[in-house]
Write a protein that binds this ligand. Sequence first.
Ligand SMILES: C[S@@+](CC[C@H](N)C(=O)[O-])C[C@H]1O[C@@H](n2cnc3c(N)ncnc32)[C@H](O)[C@@H]1O
Length: 325
Amino acid sequence: MSGPAPVWDVINGYAAYWALHAAVELGLFDHLPATSAELAEATGVADPADVTLLAQLLAAKGLLETDGERWSNSPAAERFLVTGSPASMVGLVRHSPGPKQGWPELAETIRNGRPAEETADALNALYPELVAATAATQAAVARGVAAELRTRGLWDGTGLVVDLGCGSGAWLEGVGAENAIGVDLAHVVPAARARVPGASFLEGDYLDVDLPAGKANVVILAHVLRAESDERAEALLDKALHLLADAGVLLVADYFRPPNGEDTTTYADAVHDLTLALTMRASTPGRGLSEQTLAAWCAARGAHTDAVVEPVPRQRVHLIKRGTR
Ligand SMILES: C[S@@+](CC[C@H](N)C(=O)[O-])C[C@H]1O[C@@H](n2cnc3c(N)ncnc32)[C@H](O)[C@@H]1O
């Protein structure tokens, strides 16, 4: 007879997220090593018993360690949960699940086939913070991808680079383009402009902005197709391909979801990607993107993936060329 553990695991995941969120809000990871009493004092908690309870759960999750008296960060927490650490994920803990209201509404969203307008608006409002939270990592990823393009003879570092949905500007900064155009929504562009002062920016819907066809040496679509309806995502891919010069390369970066029809093990391995796809569904018209769908959309336009690079685990970047192999 099977037990209820898989169900409890899911229910408890909700509480574990909020425990981590609370610890980040309190700045718990920033004041270690310390006893519960010292931590309570440092973080403004009334009763040290509450710190102990929170810390015990975080220890159970592998984020804290203890010698029975003092708490300290586990190696993962030291690297990813301390504010100001170069690899800090503190912003992602706060913002990565998207607008919080999207989750209790998920059944309604799925029933209607779209999120509530207020939830979609809340995501748009959140974008500046969301893209700031990933900027350092994405700039490093983009630097690695640019080096890869040069090694493979796909780009010599010159000419026009266009980034559709450029967010923080991290990709433009990372590839180090001398002639760059970023496109994003009006309230997101100011931070990108500050990060990459030498680039030009267009504000508005990336499907509507006017850009010269056939001129770009590199076009970037990083983590944008997953949040669009199939119809708009395919139109955006089409637009990106039209922007490319003959020898240009389109970069499509994402955490791709597995295609339909895979077995249970594949889905279990892809839980991060599937959760991200569902996160899209909770607040956007998108449901994530599979590499098979991307390949079919490219093939329908006479384009193909020349190579795939994986600069950080599970983040895959398709280097797409026009024409068939
Ligand atoms: C997940 S972020 C990715 C940002 C960036 N490409 C990166 O990888 O760091 C998605 C970006 O798409 C932008 N975006 C969403 N809808 C858009 C639209 N209709 N037109 C232009 N940009 C849009 C958002 O403002 C946000 O900056």
